[in-house]
Design a protein. Structure first.
Length: 159
């Protein structure tokens, strides 16, 4: 299965890049995995609702350029469904059985994802009610993908 992490923003700090590299290396044993980053839009500290909508719309346009018709889109969304690691493993296994060309995990910027991207998602996945910086959310995503695959394969992984 080909997997893509499609994210708004770049990992600037070395520790985030190193964590991403470690988990993409681990995941590469099980799937072809690519990370695609699009530039985030500058966001004023006290952005109005209109500014916020304009920013997430521009970011959605950038993300959409990397999406294909047959993609199974999994959007990280605070209002999405939460999964235990075991439940995520089962969901991942079921997604593999679908006719998707690739699974694309979309990580929004600081303002989240707009309704266009969310409406295309086959899964809206939440890591809970915590607010995570998108850099950390990306690393958590990679770790959970790795854990879920290991669980699905019956391979050991610490609990």
């Amino acid at each position: 299965m080909q997997m893509v992490i499609l994210a708004v923003g770049k990992l600037k700090e070395n520790y985030w890049r190193e964590a991403q590299a470690e988990y993409t290396r681990r995941l590469s044993r099980y799937a072809q995995i690519d990370v695609v980053e699009v530039d985030d839009e500058p966001t004023p500290e006290n952005a109005s609702e209109a500014q916020t909508q304009r920013i997430v719309s521009i970011e959605a346009d950038k993300l959409s350029r990397h999406l294909r018709d047959r993609d199974g889109i999994i959007a990280l969304d605070v209002r999405g469904k939460t999964y235990s690691s075991e439940a995520w493993s089962e969901k991942y296994t079921s997604l593999q059985g679908e006719a998707f060309g690739r699974l694309v995990f979309v990580v929004g910027g600081s303002l989240g994802l707009n309704s266009e991207i969310l409406s295309r998602a086959v899964v809206r996945w939440s890591f809970g009610s915590l607010t995570l910086p998108h850099q950390l959310a990306r690393v958590v995503l990679l770790e959970q993908l790795y854990r879920g695959i290991r669980i699905a394969r019956g391979e050991p992984y610490h609990k």
